[in-house]
Design a protein. Structure first.
Length: 145
């Protein structure tokens, strides 16, 4: 049986957090591949794609706070739990997800709208990963791990 290379930091992170971040990264990579393909095919404007990704990055960093990260003494791992602030952020994020097409649709339509929406979604996934990683690093640094 082949032994997997596990990064030392991952030994101190709850498995669900790692799985969640991998899913976000996978979705982001797929969406970025779609964006790059469409930009190369000249269907999307690179400015609209970058603008969407930038907006999504800001939203993702804010939404990464949905799960309050903390150190669990029993398991010696960083865990993520939804608290009341996280619940408010989650509800706000869900409203944003379901209404972003309508809101952006006031200014853009067709292919431009699709470019911005795909960019926002990819940026949101990237922002969630970066925000969560920053929170984990702060906890591990505070514990000198």
């Amino acid at each position: 049986m082949k032994k997997r290379n596990i990064r030392p930091q991952n030994l101190y992170i709850e498995r669900r957090i790692i799985t969640r971040m991998r899913i976000y990264l996978f979705v982001m990579l797929v969406l970025l591949a779609v964006i790059i393909f469409e930009v190369v095919q000249s269907r999307f404007s690179i400015q609209l794609a970058i603008g969407g990704i930038s907006i999504g990055l800001v939203v993702g960093i804010i939404v990464s706070r949905t799960y309050h990260l903390s150190w669990d003494e029993e398991t010696n791992k960083v865990i993520g739990q939804i608290d009341w602030i996280g619940a408010v952020i989650l509800v706000s994020y869900l409203i944003f997800v379901f209404t972003k097409t309508d809101v952006v649709g006031y200014w853009k339509e067709g292919t431009s709208l699709f470019a911005i929406i795909i960019g926002i979604t990819a940026g949101t996934m990237l922002g969630r990963v970066l925000g969560t990683k920053r929170g984990i690093n702060k906890i591990l640094e505070a514990l000198k791990i």
